[in-house]
Write a protein that binds this ligand. Structure first.
Ligand SMILES: Cc1cc2nc3c(=O)[nH]c(=O)nc-3n(C[C@H](O)[C@H](O)[C@H](O)COP(=O)(O)OP(=O)(O)OC[C@H]3O[C@@H](n4cnc5c(N)ncnc54)[C@H](O)[C@@H]3O)c2cc1C
Length: 384
């Protein structure tokens, strides 16, 4: 057993941190305040090949694994958790194309996504179908050689900037097994009947655009079916096994960034004639933050490593995602406490970390859903 990243992985981690440290601060505050996706920053990040990390080389990507992707996500989030996810604009949905798409679909989209020429989104959730993915009701009806899609999706990351969406739709509503009623479709956003409405006023990750998507009698050819009809639900679950690890990495990064800020502030800020870092109450916070972060990072990297061995395990992804999300929220809270009143204003980065942390306990499965997955595994109710 070796607790060491390879030299290449260490280099990726270092380069990702350097890039984020150099570029993100120029955009972090304004993107948060204005809820604006910084295209210019995305182009810089794409130019340095930090997007589409898992897209295979034959389709123009670097063909790296979940572990490398998680290292980049952690280092980006360490500087800004909102910008980190905002830079992840070509990953959403591309995993599904990469895993189960046809050769034509991969050729049409993966190279463009790997270079940043196109942006994607994964449209799974609906206003009334969040944790219960199988209740998604957007309909796809067969009409000759085409499918007609009708309905709404909600909370869709990147929908306002995306060129293509990977959409979960109900194709077989009469199927007895509710997990065999859905299929996945590739929907180009310039098709007639596709529109999106930006959701404003999010608590955190405000640089990452989120929207409602409306599909009104949208016609797509049979070739836009991704994978097999009726397999949409298992495909989405498989997709989550990997993408949840990225949210776990986002949580680890936000927590680490909160610790970085706390360490700096605690040694600078003086009260009672000495740096507050001299007080044991503050030292205990720093020690507990560092310990929780290390545990979260180990679980996240283990889940990523398992997935890279072709052995993605739902319970490993869920443990990493739940624990890292809680770590992010806990550390960001303690970091504000270390900063006292100074941590309570938007001028200070730590205030944004506090707001950005919360999402890691909500999207890609809430922490309650992850505990259910872990418990079901313990009780032998799910395989894997
Ligand atoms: C900023 C943002 C970006 C997002 N991006 C995307 C995206 O790109 N694509 C996409 O498809 N979706 C996206 N989502 C949706 C996200 O995945 C859902 O919000 C999430 O899965 C939770 O669903 P919900 O909001 O409907 O909450 P609900 O499912 O209504 O849950 C509400 C509460 O009930 C609890 N609960 C629900 N069921 C159970 C149960 N069985 N047992 C115990 N507790 C339960 C939950 O844990 C939670 O505390 C995004 C959401 C946000 C906020």
């Amino acid at each position: 057993m070796e607790f060491k990243l390879s030299p290449e992985q260490q280099q990726i981690k270092k380069a990702a941190y350097q890039l984020a440290k150099q570029e993100f601060p120029k955009y972090a505050h304004a993107s948060d305040q204005d809820e604006a996706w910084p295209r210019e920053l995305f182009e810089t990040v794409a130019g340095q090949n930090f997007i589409g990390i898992t897209i295979p080389e034959e389709y123009g990507g670097p063909g790296l694994g979940n572990l490398e992707n998680a290292l980049i996500m952690e280092q980006f989030s360490r500087v800004d958790g909102g910008l980190a996810v905002a830079m992840n604009a070509t990953t959403f949905g591309s995993e599904m194309l990469h895993r189960v798409g046809t050769e034509e679909q991969k050729e049409a989209w993966l190279a463009k996504l790997a270079s940043g020429e196109a942006i994607s989104g994964a449209a799974i959730s609906e206003a009334n179908a969040g944790s219960d993915v199988a209740s998604a009701s957007l309909q796809a009806t067969k009409d000759g050689d085409e499918w007609v899609l009708d309905g709404q999706k909600y909370w869709i990351t990147n929908a306002t900037i995306a060129d293509v969406l990977v959409v979960l739709a109900q194709t077989d509503p009469d199927e007895d097994n509710r997990h065999a009623r859905h299929s996945i479709f590739l929907v180009e956003t310039d098709r007639e009947g596709v529109s999106s409405n930006k959701i404003e006023g999010k608590l955190g990750i405000r640089a990452s655009p989120t929207a409602e998507v409306v599909l009104e009698d949208v016609r797509v050819p049979e070739e836009n079916l991704v994978g097999e009809r009726g397999k949409g639900f298992p495909y989405v679950m498989r997709f989550f096994n990997e993408t949840r690890i990225m949210v776990a990495a986002q949580g680890v990064g936000i927590a680490q960034g909160a610790l970085d800020l706390s360490l700096e502030y605690a040694q600078k800020r003086e009260q009672f004639g000495q740096p507050i870092a001299n007080f044991q109450a503050i030292q205990f916070k720093l020690a507990e933050m560092a310990t929780r972060i290390e545990a979260s990072r180990l679980m996240t990297q283990k889940a990523a490593w398992l997935a890279d061995q072709g052995n993605a395990q739902p319970q490993a992804s869920s443990k990493a995602k739940w624990f890292s999300g809680e770590t992010a929220v806990w550390c960001a809270d303690e970091a504000v406490q270390v900063h006292g009143g100074s941590g309570y204003v938007a001028e200070m980065d730590v205030e944004r970390f506090y707001r950005d942390a919360k999402i890691t306990e909500i999207y890609e499965g809430t922490k309650e859903i992850h505990k259910l997955i872990i418990a079901r595994h313990l009780l032998g109710q799910i395989r894997g």
